[in-house]
Structures are given as C-alpha cells and as structure tokens.
Write a protein that binds this ligand. Structure first.
Ligand code: FES
Length: 93
C-alpha cells in the first residue's frame, strides 16, 4: 500500500522503513510511529501543546491522521515517481 521512510537527521541514517496498511490510515500519526517503536517525544500526550512531536521540521505528528499526512505530503522520495513512498524526517533521531 504505502511505505514511509523515517530519516533521522541527527544520525544521518534511515531509522525505519514502515509499511502502512489500509487499517492504519485513520490512526493518529504520532501513535502510529510510536506503535512502530520510534521514540516520538511528547510531554502533552498529544494535546498539541508541547510541540515536541514535530516531524519534517514543522508538522505536529499528534495533529494529523496517517491519511491526512499522506494526502498532504509534498515529499515524494522516489525519483522514479513512485507516489506510494513518503519520507518523514525527525531531527533528534
Ligand atoms: S505531543 Fe505535544 S504537541 Fe504533539
């Protein structure tokens, strides 16, 4: 279905390659990333107050569903034009 590469800016490495299934689409993005064992920071439990869960430099991962993220993402990563691949960058990973 969809694939998300998670790039850690601090390490300069791909931290994870995640498969997104249809049943994941309505999940909160932060919750999904945490399910996949990625240490997404938070001190407000997803109430959009702490701003620690930022991905891609500006997006609060607690504020969107996977479906919204994929629909609005402007970061296709595949030069061959595979629109099912997406990139998430996390500064502290
Ligand atoms: S978890 Fe606090 S702003 Fe997203």
């Amino acid at each position: 279905m969809y694939q998300i590469e998670v790039y850690g800016k601090a390490s300069g490495k791909i931290a994870a390659v995640l498969k997104v299934q249809k049943y994941d689409l309505d999940k909160n993005l932060m919750d999904f990333l945490r399910e996949k064992k990625l240490p997404i920071a938070s001190s407000c439990a997803g109430k959009m107050q702490c701003k620690k869960c930022i991905i891609n430099g500006f997006l609060l991962s607690c504020s969107v569903t996977l479906k919204e993220f994929l629909r609005n993402s402007s970061q296709p990563i595949d030069a061959q034009g595979d629109s099912n691949k997406f990139l998430i960058t996390i500064d502290y990973l």
